[in-house]
Design a protein around this ligand. Structure first.
Ligand SMILES: NC(=O)c1ccc[n+]([C@@H]2O[C@H](COP(=O)([O-])OP(=O)(O)OC[C@H]3O[C@@H](n4cnc5c(N)ncnc54)[C@H](O)[C@@H]3O)[C@@H](O)[C@H]2O)c1
Length: 314
């Protein structure tokens, strides 16, 4: 098998931090180049390049220098932040992706991973068991950029044969890194606050059901999708992927099973509007059928893992 050299863009973020670690276990430290616009908080155990994905020439230089064969493009502006900075959000999420797709074609990169999101769905989308293909009317800048991005990926696959693969991540919950300004961030902060203060003031209503996934499942899904044979990847926009669905109220009940004194209050802000436009649960049967996706974590197991690991961080 030819040796792979992987470049991860946006490597210092919530997903990148964990993905780089997992990819380095898979391909070896020296063959995974981490990159971000910011310096890493911790010293990386392998190559690191400071780079702005908006700078296409620099991206091309790095791809050529390391003879990159795969790119994971994670640099983006997330839902809540992009609503505050509409033009910047659109520019980063769109031009960044187009730079990556162009450089990948130009430099004959064999595979590209780019994440989409459940934010591609909107108020008119069926909310329960949202199908892979359905009416999509995203109501946030972030969701609009993700839906357009999915179609750009499909375009580059059809026009240039670029092997680009994508997942519509639900809200991701992990303990190794902090979230970057999304609407599902409450489901990470709740554990840190529970352990630090015994209480949490939630920015969503108690009964707001959203699709979520434990980070370990999301990282495994990403690598499994990228390692699946190309002929099994029939969907070149982005795959629906489900882990679990819960409300803040239900999450609080699970936390109380471990910490009976835990208290939660609710003060919904603008993020309630974004959450209300998104699905409550996702039908991921196409991902299961085409490349064998199976989640491992349900809500009870997620809560147990988060409470255990976050305890060491407090
Ligand atoms: N975290 C989630 O729950 C979630 C859910 C759905 C989709 N996603 C998608 O997954 C991807 C990664 O998300 P995340 O949660 O890790 O985001 P994050 O905000 O935690 O990390 C993004 C990283 O990109 C870097 N970055 C920003 N601008 C850059 C630029 N111009 N050039 C290079 N790097 C830049 C940031 O410094 C940051 O380290 C994004 O595309 C996001 O839309 C995330």
């Amino acid at each position: 098998m030819a040796k792979e050299t992987v470049l991860v863009l946006g490597a210092n973020g919530q997903i990148g931090t964990e993905l780089v670690e997992a990819l380095r276990m898979e391909y070896g430290n020296d063959f995974v180049v981490a990159s971000d616009i910011r310096k890493p908080m911790e010293i990386h155990k392998g190559p690191f390049e400071i780079m702005d994905v908006m700078d296409e020439n620099r991206l091309m230089e790095v791809v050529k220098e390391y003879k990159v064969t795969q790119i994971y493009h994670l640099a983006a502006m997330l839902s809540a932040t992009a609503e505050q900075k509409i033009k910047m959000g659109w520019k980063l999420n769109m031009d960044g992706l187009l730079n990556v797709l162009n450089v990948a074609v130009e430099c004959k990169v064999t595979k590209v991973f780019w994440p989409s999101s459940i934010a591609v769905f909107g108020p008119s989308t069926p909310k329960l068991n949202t199908p892979q293909t359905c009416y999509m009317d995203p109501s946030t800048v972030y969701g609009i950029s993700k839906l357009a991005g999915e179609h750009w990926c499909n375009y580059y696959f059809n026009k240039y044969g670029l092997d680009v693969r994508s997942i519509r991540y639900p809200g991701l919950i992990g303990y190794k890194s902090v979230p970057g300004g999304g609407t599902t961030d409450y489901a990470v902060y709740i554990f840190h606050e529970a352990l630090a203060r015994g209480s949490y003031d939630c920015f969503l209503e108690a009964d707001t059901m959203l699709p979520m996934m434990y980070m370990e499942d999301a990282i495994r899904a990403t690598i499994e999708l990228m390692e699946a044979p190309a002929n099994r990847i029939k969907t070149r926009t982005s795959y629906n992927l489900a882990g679990m669905s819960f409300t803040p109220g239900e999450l609080a009940i699970e936390i109380r099973k471990i910490m009976p004194e835990f208290k939660i209050t609710y003060h919904p802000d603008i993020r309630q509007e974004y959450a209300d436009s998104w699905p409550k649960s996702i039908d991921d049967s196409v991902a299961r059928k085409e490349w064998g996706w199976q989640p491992r974590f349900d809500t009870a197991r997620l809560v147990e893992e988060m409470m255990n690991h976050c305890k060491d961080l407090v």
